[in-house]
Design a protein around this ligand. Structure first.
Ligand code: FES
Length: 570
């Protein structure tokens, strides 16, 4: 333990300052002995009824508190900005960095010695981890857990079916009434999306980084063992404070490499890349976009989960959870990487067992040899673009076609279903101005729905390219995060309808067949079409957000400021 608890810089004071720091806390009915040198543990809670995936977090926090008290700590719960993926307009990603600032400053400014981060819906995990990294005190993540698998007309469903239902309604195979019934069938319990979407990916990310107790990622939200894990996490964070085990002790380069390898094996969301890059920058680990391709190139896809496979997070838990996946990856991972329970990653996963080889295959006989993400380079995306081969159509991984360009999301919505749209299944749909600056906030619109007239012909996939993101639950031959984005006036900004584009995933190339001098000429006459904001957070965001290839954090938030606060408040 450090010589002096950080919290004693508030509660251990004498005189007027100590009186003020303790007295107002006592109005909550807290006895005096709680302030006498107990580790104060913050519980950073993203509970909100506007974040349905996290709506059970007040109850979960009670379990964490029980553990903290049991271990001799003093739990103090506090709220931070909560980002509900489904309700926030224009996109929760616009506010990830704002929420991370809230988390960072809330942790630093308050008398806490350690913090438990309650994370669930997509952006609530990276924003909390990013913020905590910039303070770097002992911290541990408790995820909210996935929903139970949805059941509709006798079959299993979850969030990936939203896209299938949408196509079915558009092609006339499903009625609006049936769609309304399906809504309740899909979201039938507490928790976040039940497929390997971004929330599940983030939960796996924190476990494979070593930031949570083993097993955290997959326990369903409705399973009583989720509360057990929360209580054990409460006990553990008090021990971490005594050991002075900080985030920077866990988040080494090895930990990041483990997370990338694990993400490949589970078929995790492409959003993982942006969030992990941002977290690495906060904690000061050198991580590059190309690392994601290099480190996952030989890792097989062994978790047979939607959207890349068949099953759901609930099935992953019953099959042995993420520890059983990690055990299969032993030869790829840095098994000696330290985790929050004080044990190595290998010590944690070696006792795991796989109970269902259809859900978690062996590494020798993988469910799909294609895994991870491919980082594409070329004159259409000078700083890179991303594709998830396991969620794409094999026959489109090498494809050349003529671009059908939409200048922004409104242009796409206005024209995509026009009967006279000149498009066929070989066309490549290009959507501009959905990047960090252009939209702004980089929404999940990259897996654009196909033109109605092609759906009617039975076309189920086409190559699609954008500077935006895709929901982790989405699928298709979708190229995302094209950097630099269109709003910056680079090559991606000047691609025109009719230009020929070549995609070759095996060679990692995305090329626009337009001569360099023609591109330069187009760029000279290019004018931005995106809206520029002139006040408030969105103005700050547009002025400072970095490109997706850099993690899309605000440039002035890279790194950290530590936990010291030099001045008192009175
Ligand atoms: Fe919250 Fe999918 S909407 S995890």
């Amino acid at each position: 333990m450090k010589d002096k608890l950080r919290s004693q810089g508030w509660f251990g004071k004498t005189g007027k300052d100590g009186f003020i720091y303790r007295a107002w806390m006592k109005n909550q009915g807290i006895p005096d002995y709680e302030f006498r040198g107990k580790p104060v543990i913050g519980i950073c809670n993203t509970w909100s009824e506007f974040t349905p995936c996290n709506a059970h977090f007040r109850e979960l926090a009670e379990s964490v508190k029980r553990g903290i008290s049991e271990a001799g700590g003093f739990p103090v719960e506090f709220p931070v900005m909560s980002l509900g993926e489904t309700l926030i307009k224009p996109t929760a990603m616009l506010y990830r960095n704002l929420a991370s600032m809230d988390v960072e400053e809330s942790i630093r400014a308050n008398p806490m010695d350690g913090v438990v981060l309650l994370c669930g819906c997509d952006k609530t995990t990276p924003s909390l981890v990013m913020g905590a990294c910039s303070v770097n005190i002992p911290a541990l993540v408790v995820s909210g857990g996935p929903m139970l698998t949805g059941k509709y007309q006798g079959r299993d469903i979850s969030t990936s079916d939203v896209w299938r239902f949408n196509d079915a309604v558009r092609s006339g195979e499903m009625s609006e009434e049936q769609l309304t019934v399906a809504e309740a069938c899909m979201c039938r319990s507490r928790g976040h999306c039940a497929v390997m979407g971004t929330a599940s990916t983030m939960a796996c990310m924190v476990e494979s980084l070593g930031l949570s107790l083993p097993g955290n990622a997959a326990i369903p939200a409705a399973d009583s063992r989720r509360k057990v894990l929360a209580q054990l996490s409460g006990i553990r964070i008090v021990e971490m404070v005594k050991e002075n085990l900080c985030l920077s002790d866990i988040l080494t380069r090895q930990a990041f490499e483990n997370a990338i390898i694990a993400n490949a094996a589970i078929g995790g969301s492409t959003n993982f890349i942006i969030h992990l890059l941002a977290i690495a920058k906060r904690i000061g680990v050198d991580l590059k976009l190309d690392d994601f391709d290099k480190l996952s190139a030989n890792v097989p896809l062994i978790a047979n989960l939607q959207p890349s496979g068949k099953y759901f997070m609930e099935d992953l838990y019953y099959a042995g959870g993420l520890p059983a996946v990690l055990k299969e990856l032993d030869s790829f991972l840095h098994g000696d990487a330290l985790t929050v329970n004080g044990k190595s990653m290998r010590e944690n996963y070696m006792t795991a067992e796989c109970y269902n080889r259809d859900v978690i295959s062996s590494a020798e006989k993988p469910f799909n040899p294609l895994s991870g993400v491919a980082i594409l380079k070329g004159n259409l995306c000078e700083h890179g673009a991303v594709i998830k081969p396991s969620a794409a159509s094999a026959h489109l991984l090498k494809h050349s076609g003529k671009a059908l360009v939409f200048e922004d999301i409104d242009d796409y919505k206005n024209r995509i279903d026009q009967p006279d749209l000149e498009v066929d299944e070989t066309s490549i749909l290009v959507l501009k101005n959905v990047g960090p600056i252009g939209y702004p906030g980089m929404p999940e619109v990259g897996n654009m729905a196909l033109p109605k007239k092609l759906l009617a012909k039975g076309v189920t996939d086409m190559v699609r390219i954008s500077d935006g993101r895709m929901s982790g639950t989405g699928f298709g031959t979708v190229i995302l995060h094209a950097s630099p984005e269109a709003a910056l006036g680079a090559n991606f900004a000047v691609v025109k309808t009719g230009d020929v584009i070549h995609l070759d995933v095996s060679k990692r190339t995305l090329t626009l067949e337009v001569p360099a001098d023609e591109l330069e000429q187009r760029k000279r006459s290019w004018k931005p079409v995106h809206k520029k904001y002139d006040r408030g957070y969105v103005m700050l965001y547009q002025q400072h957000v970095q490109q997706a290839s850099e993690g899309a954090d605000l440039d002035f938030l890279n790194g950290g400021s530590g936990s010291e606060v030099s001045r008192d408040s009175h």
